[in-house]
Design a binder for this molecule. Structure first.
Ligand SMILES: NC(=O)c1ccc[n+]([C@@H]2O[C@H](COP(=O)([O-])OP(=O)(O)OC[C@H]3O[C@@H](n4cnc5c(N)ncnc54)[C@H](OP(=O)(O)O)[C@@H]3O)[C@@H](O)[C@H]2O)c1
Length: 319
């Protein structure tokens, strides 16, 4: 396992981190705890969650119900200080107008709810889940800065922001002496490389930490899906995950079979191959692996030091 500085900070995070979106949604508390134990035993120190993660994501009106944070809080008892705990705020937590977004009202309420569910008195990395164009950045950043001053939050990060939005936030923080975002959490994998246009160069230029979500394209890059009609039993897609459907295109199925061939030539499985690729991209600080079984973690940890050759990079770019 490698540990890298999170952006400009002195905080060291494992290059493979644990994504917990499955906890309390697709897997129960016992299975979730087993995965968390496996991850911590393997040296993973960054745990990513969100107030939003839980059963509410599967309702017709999607809103957070907090099960995931509750499970983590319970499972971390007695070892809270061993991990870097990252959570998020901003997605709907109810149907009322102030139940979502990045207003002072919503953040102040939600930070207390997250702290209670996580059974802790501080959050290491508090991330805004997505850009809120209804709230001035000044209001969001001053609220987050107060939380750092109060000791409830250690570092702040953003997620799903465009490079220009982070640059704007950075200018406002500089002007007013507010905290700066130290990381961006963004989707990046062999099938989804849009961040390479603007965000990746921005992260490299400004030493912003890049925490990658969906490094295996929600499971599409495990090779378990052959067509969009034939969903393997127990898979996320079979359990109702909607966003994975975006990956089910003819072009992607064809690419996956080519990557699978390359992976077998290098004696690794496709999940490991896909993870090794992302870990070898220069801007990436950590890949957040979404595990629903303990072997997802052990597979990932095995590959965390694999150095990707120039020859392999060339083979991938030719596909
Ligand atoms: N900021 C955001 O907006 C945002 C959005 C999405 C996710 N996230 C965060 O990022 C984390 C990771 O995202 P993700 O869950 O989409 O990541 P992912 O790693 O791309 O997908 C995880 C899925 O891939 C499959 N998988 C993983 N390792 C495998 C292996 N070794 N062999 C076979 N299959 C394997 C599993 O599918 P099955 O369960 O079907 O077996 C697993 O559920 C989330 O848990 C969450 O913390 C953040």
């Amino acid at each position: 396992m490698n540990y890298l500085n999170l952006g400009v900070t002195g905080l060291h995070v494992s290059n493979v981190s644990l994504g917990t979106m499955a906890f309390g949604r697709w897997i129960d508390e016992k299975a979730s705890k087993e995965i968390l134990d496996t991850a911590i035993d393997a040296g993973i120190n960054l745990i990513d969650t969100a107030n939003f993660y839980g059963k509410g994501q599967d309702e017709s009106f999607k809103y957070g119900t907090g099960e995931c944070e509750e499970i983590i809080g319970q499972a971390l008892k007695g070892r809270r200080d061993k991990v870097v705990l990252a959570t998020k705020v901003g997605l709907p937590m109810g149907k009322d107008p102030n139940d979502a977004g990045l207003s002072k009202f919503h953040i102040m309420r939600e930070v207390e709810n997250s702290l209670r569910r996580l059974q802790t008195d501080y959050i290491d990395l508090y991330q805004v889940h997505r850009f809120d164009d209804q709230t001035p950045l000044e209001e969001t950043l001053s609220t987050l800065t107060n939380l750092v001053t109060q000791g409830k939050v250690r570092y702040i990060g953003c997620s799903n922001y465009a490079a220009w939005q982070i640059a704007k936030a950075s200018g406002i923080s500089k002007l007013h002496g507010f905290e700066h975002f130290v990381s961006s959490q963004s989707q990046y994998n062999l099938l989804s490389r849009k961040v390479e246009e603007e965000l990746v160069p921005y992260c490299l230029s400004e030493t912003l930490g890049l925490l990658v979500y969906s490094p295996m394209a929600r499971g599409m890059l495990s090779g378990k899906y052959k067509t969009s009609d034939d969903l393997p039993e127990g898979s996320r897609a079979a359990k109702g995950e909607e966003l994975i459907q975006n990956y089910f295109t003819d072009e992607n199925f064809e690419l996956v079979s080519k990557y699978k061939q390359l992976a077998s030539e290098h004696d690794v499985n496709l999940s490991q191959f896909s993870l090794a690729w992302i870990l070898n991209q220069s801007a990436v600080t950590s890949a957040i692996v979404g595990a629903s079984k303990p072997h997802h973690i052990t597979d990932a940890v095995q590959i965390s030091d694999w150095k990707w050759s120039d020859e392999l990079q060339e083979s991938v770019s030719k596909l």
